[in-house]
Design a protein around this ligand. Structure first.
Ligand code: ADP
Ligand code: MG
Length: 726
């Protein structure tokens, strides 16, 4: 079986290289032409909308001003015409329920009339509001099935686009998803609310510095890590199909220890697939820019140019979807799970985050002499305060069964949140702690030592790859975010945390300056205070080191090692107060999410446990018994030939013992899974403490059996095949 999948995989590579893919590589001029060609972009809006309508739509998009009914009607007409001209027959409100994936229900533009003809019908009403049956989405108890009403509400700030498939075209309209009572049932609504909250507080601070800015948006550039493996292997692995990760699999002789994969040459079939994904993303206006090999074999990364965080979150979801949708065309399957393979790196999503005002200034841009850049230092200090004060809920925002395999597993950032500032900024903040900052450490130049090569400008500090939250020049990078999750959620938490810190800073500075103190000395005092209060969150060293865990403990930083420990942070009284004060989520909405995420954890572990039992009983045990029989027959044959082999007998004993242990452990896991009930908390804890432990034990024995079983008998594709046949 394993070898059958291998033969098919080799065949699919050959098939591909003879036929597909080569024509999809896109030249820069073609890419420019394609970019946004399937999106109802700014350019398209300007060309198609009456001047006044266009202006009020822009005011909504740029400044968050409310949109009136007449504008919505006019936009709907232009949008429909544009979509129908491009062949669209249907439209869908596209939304982000609490499941973590996206949802859509398609409606036709056509409505049959009594006379048998058909006419298109799509007005402001249809654009602005949709009504999917909400009862089948998780609501965390906010909506019982007899109150099934949920509405999707058009998000005018994220451009609609066309989904083009082989025989159909659909207009996709990004929407928020709310209940009949107006409570958020999704991940977009809280993100949008948090961006409003941050803007409000940031504008207060900017005003103190004499800025005319009216609005601040958070910007985001998420780097997506993923695996691509041959689809034939995928189909031969029930665990990959149903859990997204391998639950068994012995470590191959070669993993990532040669460090020859990161930034390595991209295999041809993979590159063709990437190019196709990028082309499709260009068309719908997703500005993808970077591609490269990642650290693990068969692991890659795709990153866009940053955008407004709301649009970035939509585009990030579309990037994941496009990777999944395009890969099969190349005989590949895209794995977005945080840890598809044990023993090699898992996947994350580096969430680059900053704030930008409506005059185009990046508020985290330090300039050449950051020590003089008071405004920059204040915004930077706000992030320090935010991450230190709200480390618990930030940790909770990235918690999931999948991410538990990554955080703290010596390859990804630890579960402890801390901030890397780099030498230059750390030096400035150290000066500030003592009073005032008088200088900025310069980077100077770097001499390569080859006379023909120019001297290179050098950054003032080295990079740090181990920090969960790093300042990287003009933005912060939240690296503990997981590969499979919707970035809207952690960005929402980050926005509110920073809004809160900015609010406290604005309070203090407003009070000082209205009491007659000059801004400069008020800021100096504030910065010194912030550093003294929050310097424990700054850590520039190696976050993987055991020493750091101890040091972080001494500093009183939280170390929430898994989802079950982290999630309660979301419902801490201070967090509920924070989210309510900034009008981002009310207590019911928060508790609903807590319930949904806790249940998702329990369900995930339960599915994985059941899959392991299934694979053990129906794949591994039968194969193992077959080999056991073969060894037994060989021992018997030797005996009847009047000879004996010590090694054969030893092998038989060893193998039989393993198989016995394996079957016993399978039954033990099965019995554990039959356990029911208790509160959701108790059940989740039980899963973590009992089931996850039993799964690990079963895997260990299963992997030991794999290393002894003949390739021809082993029923599953191996790590060596899945990771190295490209
Ligand atoms: P690296 O992390 O490898 O240094 P880059 O500097 O290329 O990477 O940036 C990584 C990501 O950060 C890209 O998606 C980029 O668009 C994004 N980014 C750059 N500036 C900002 C910003 N001001 N706000 C948010 N994201 C940003
Ligand atoms: Mg990066």
């Amino acid at each position: 079986m394993g070898s059958a999948a291998l033969t098919d995989a080799v065949k699919s590579i050959c098939d591909w290289s003879m036929t597909e893919g080569r024509a999809t590589l896109t030249s820069p001029s073609k890419a420019a032409e394609l970019f946004g060609s399937l999106a109802f972009s700014d350019k398209e809006q300007e060309a198609r909308l009456p001047k006044g309508v266009y202006a009020s739509l822009r005011a909504t998009i740029r400044n968050g001003e409310p949109l009136d009914v007449a504008t919505a009607d006019a936009v709907a007409v232009a949008l429909k015409d544009w979509a129908v001209e491009h062949g669209a027959t249907h439209y869908t409100h596209w939304f982000q329920p609490m499941t973590g994936i996206t949802a859509e229900k398609h409606d036709s533009f056509l409505s049959p009339t009594g006379t048998g003809s058909a006419m298109t019908e799509f007005g402001g009403k249809e654009l602005v509001r949709g009504e999917p049956d909400a009862s089948s989405f998780p609501s965390g108890g906010m909506r019982s099935t007899f109150e099934a009403r949920g509405y999707t509400a058009w998000d005018p700030t994220s451009p609609p686009f066309l989904r083009v498939d082989s025989n159909n075209v659909t207009l996709v309209i990004p929407t928020a998803f709310v209940s009949w009572t107006g409570e958020a049932l999704d991940k977009k609504t809280p993100l949008l609310r948090s961006m409003d909250a941050l803007s409000k507080q940031a504008v207060r601070v900017l005003k103190l510095f004499g800025s005319r800015a009216k609005r601040v948006v958070t910007t985001c550039g998420p780097e997506q890590e993923y695996f691509l493996i041959d689809r034939n292997f995928y189909f031969a692995r029930p665990d990959l199909i149903n859990a997204g990760r391998t639950l068994f699999g012995a470590k191959p002789p070669k993993g990532q220890e040669m460090e020859d994969q990161y930034f390595g040459s991209i295999p041809e079939r993979v590159l063709a697939c990437m190019a196709d994904v990028e082309t499709e993303l260009y068309k719908i206006g997703v500005p993808v820019k970077t591609r490269h090999n990642e650290v693990a074999p068969s692991q890659y990364e795709i990153a866009p140019i940053f955008e407004n965080a709301n649009v970035a979150a939509d585009h990030q979801l579309l990037t994941m979807e496009m990777l999944r949708r395009v890969a099969p065309k190349y005989g590949l399957e895209c794995l977005l799970h945080e840890k598809p393979f044990a023993g090699v790196n898992g996947s994350g999503k580096h969430n680059n985050w900053s704030m930008s005002d409506d005059l185009g200034n990046n508020l985290l841009g330090p300039g050449d002499t950051p020590h003089e850049n008071m405004q920059f230092l204040v915004f930077c200090a706000a992030v320090l305060r935010a991450v230190d004060r709200w480390q618990g809920v930030l940790r909770a925002s990235i918690a999931s069964a999948g991410n538990d395999h990554r955080l703290g597993a010596n390859e990804a950032p630890p579960a402890i949140l801390s901030i890397f500032l780099g030498d230059q900024l750390t030096d400035i903040f150290e000066q500030l702690e003592k009073g005032a900052a008088k200088s900025t450490k310069a980077g100077g130049t770097l001499d390569v030592g080859v006379s023909s090569m120019p001297k290179l400008p050098r950054d003032a500090g080295d990079r740090n790859r181990t920090s969960p939250f790093a300042f990287t020049g003009n933005k912060f990078e939240f690296r503990a975010v997981s590969s499979g999750q919707n970035i809207g959620w952690p960005n929402m938490v980050l926005n509110v945390a920073v809004a809160d810190a900015l609010g406290s800073i604005a309070d203090q500075l407003e009070k000082a300056t209205s009491g007659g103190q000059d801004l400069k000395s008020a800021v100096a005092k504030l910065l010194t205070q912030v550093v003294r209060e929050h310097k424990r969150i700054i850590f520039n060293g190696n976050n993987y080191a055991k020493e750091w865990e101890k040091e972080a403990g001494r500093r009183g930083l939280l170390n929430l090692k898994n989802t079950v420990d982290a999630l309660p942070e979301l419902i801490a009284p201070a967090v509920i107060k924070l989210l309510e004060a900034h009008k981002v989520l009310n207590e019911r909405e928060i508790r609903a999410r807590y319930g949904v995420y806790l249940e998702a954890y329990t369900k995930t572990i339960n599915i994985e446990g059941q899959l392991m039992v299934l694979m053990a009983n129906r794949y591994i045990v039968p194969a193992a018994l077959e080999y056991q029989k073969q060894i037994g027959q060989s021992v018997a044959a030797l005996k009847s030939a009047g000879t004996t082999s010590v090694q054969s007998k030893k092998l038989l004993a060893k193998y039989t013992k393993l198989v016995d242990q394996f079957k016993a452990q399978t039954d033990a896991l099965d019995a554990l899974l039959a356990h029911e009930g208790g509160s959701p908390e108790k059940h989740a804890k039980y899963m973590r403490d009992k089931v996850v432990t039993a799964m690990a034990k079963l895997r260990e024995i299963g992997d030991a059996i794999e290393t002894l079983t003949p390739h021809a008998i082993w029923p599953l594709p191996t790590y060596r095949e899945m990771l190295f046949v490209k």
